[in-house]
Design a protein around this ligand. Sequence first.
Ligand code: TYD
Length: 211
Amino acid sequence: MAGLFISFEGIDGAGKSTHIEGLAQAFRAAGRQVTLTREPGGTPLAEKLRALVLNDAMDAMTEALLVFAARRDHLQQLIEPALARGDVVLCDRFTDATFAYQGMGRGFDLETLSVLERWVQAQPGTTSLRQPELTVWFDLDPTIAAERLAGARVPDKFEAQPVEFFRRVAAGYGARMDEEPRRFARIDAAQSRGAVWQDVLQAVQARGWLA
Ligand code: TYD
């Protein structure tokens, strides 16, 4: 069976976690092997880089280089072997998050991010890049997301950002979807949890990956 790579995106507080877990269960119930992972992170090295990126102050370029370094290790050590085995790889965030957070959120040069993307996601012997086959984008108004996050836990560096930051991040996701509309499924994350789940399932079923 061919591997399948799905990523999940959205601003902090958009509520993607429970649905990623639900989708993992649905794929397992359908007899698929699932690799559930996240970015930054997913390998011992990338998890160390995650702790730095989420907690330490640094300039936007350093942040971009660290998330792409983490991504390189993650692809080589975990994602590519899992896809080669035929796993369904469900990844909580991938490169769209870098364009949204480091690019639009922090204002780092998008062209440079595209260069890093081409380096890190190059597929040997081809001209194509490793990209998710589907990106589920949980789109939520930043004001609602902030209300959901308030008091939930101690905020990390990004969660502590003002609403304006998340407006730019959300616009960044929109721009990525405009560039590659077929890769994206935009979910209205303001709906009830049940309605969001139905939309997530529908996005996967529509591609013939779950009955
Ligand atoms: P998140 O995925 O929301 O995990 P948790 O639910 O544990 O908080 O946290 C990851 C944070 O990292 C999130 O605020 C977005 C940020 N991030 C970037 O800034 N750039 C990236 O390339 C990635 C993958 C994440």
